[in-house]
Design a protein around this ligand. Structure first.
Ligand SMILES: Nc1ncnc2c1ncn2[C@@H]1O[C@H](COP(=O)(O)OP(=O)(O)O)[C@@H](O)[C@H]1O
Ligand SMILES: [Mg+2]
Length: 260
């Protein structure tokens, strides 16, 4: 389907969408009939019990896995058959685990390296004289944005767990993604860091879309405008948190385990 360049101020723009997404592993269907619309300038949560297919959906959207059926559209362009590195260059970026941070480098140098990545979406200027200053300026700006300015010279390995995750998100933001996918960004974090990262995600979603898998439902209630609930690979419910959490089927899915 061709993308339309027309802008509407009334309705939020859909930047990433999936229709009829399906993935089979041998005889087992991990994801089926998944329709998803992720809007610009919003935080969208993908939740559901363990094994529901959340990570598989992320892998399909980022093209790490090829769908068995269905289509994926990024900003009006069909990316169903597009290679993952190209999808990343088009602006759909997934935050990886903490290993994305170089532990022996300073916080500032980690961000500088990220800004220099070959697939950095920002223009690679041919301005040799000012290039270094510009890089430093952008690195400082990014650190300020995520609240890591004070730790700029600290060695990454010496940061607390939560601050490392913040640094990791900063290195992802260096790519200036249009759509940012976060798989359990709060996992293993203490209460204070959850607050810091929540605020950061809310802030970065002001001018991009964020799709996140999150188990902490108070975080979902706090920062996510849209919630999609998966169960056994299918969408069980969808809507804002109030709507979804009042749904009897969702309550049931979250009570007791899903053995069988
Ligand atoms: N590569 C794979 N091969 C076979 N089965 C898989 C594979 N990846 C995931 N699955 C299965 O698909 C289901 C969904 O997994 P996953 O997407 O990781 O769930 P979630 O992230 O919601 O916990 C699980 O039953 C899992 O065992
Ligand atoms: Mg998972």
């Amino acid at each position: 389907m061709a993308g339309s360049a027309t802008q509407s101020n009334a309705t939020p723009q859909v930047v990433l969408s999936a229709r009829g997404l399906r993935r089979d592993f041998g005889g087992f269907t991990a994801v089926k009939n998944v329709d998803l619309d992720v809007h610009d300038a919003s935080v969208h949560a993908l939740i559901g019990p363990n094994g529901a297919g959340k990570t598989t959906v992320f892998n399909l959207l980022t093209k790490f896995l090829q769908p068995s059926a269905g289509t994926i559209t990024l900003m009006g362009t069909d990316i169903t058959k597009t290679a993952p590195d190209k999808v990343a260059r088009m602006g759909l970026v997934r935050s990886f685990q903490i290993s994305a941070v170089f532990p022996h480098m300073s916080v500032l140098d980690n961000v500088r390296v990220a800004l220099q990545r070959p697939n950095n979406l920002s223009t690679q200027f041919w301005r040799p004289l000012s290039a270094l200053d510009e890089l430093n300026d952008r690195a400082e700006q990014l650190l300020a944005k995520v609240g890591l300015s004070k730790e700029r010279d600290a060695i990454a390995a010496d940061l607390s767990y939560g601050r490392k995750r913040v640094l990791e998100i900063a290195t992802t933001l260096a790519l200036d993604p249009r759509v940012l996918l976060l798989d359990e960004p709060m996992a293993g974090m203490g209460h204070e860091d959850v607050g810091v990262v929540s605020a950061l995600i809310r802030e970065v979603a002001r001018d991009r879309a964020v799709l996140m898998v999150e188990h902490n439902l108070s975080v979902v209630a706090d920062i996510c405008q849209q919630v999609t609930v998966l169960q056994r690979g299918e969408i069980l419910a969808e809507g804002d948190y109030a709507t979804v959490s009042a749904d009897a089927r969702v309550r049931q899915a979250y009570m007791g385990s899903e053995e069988g």
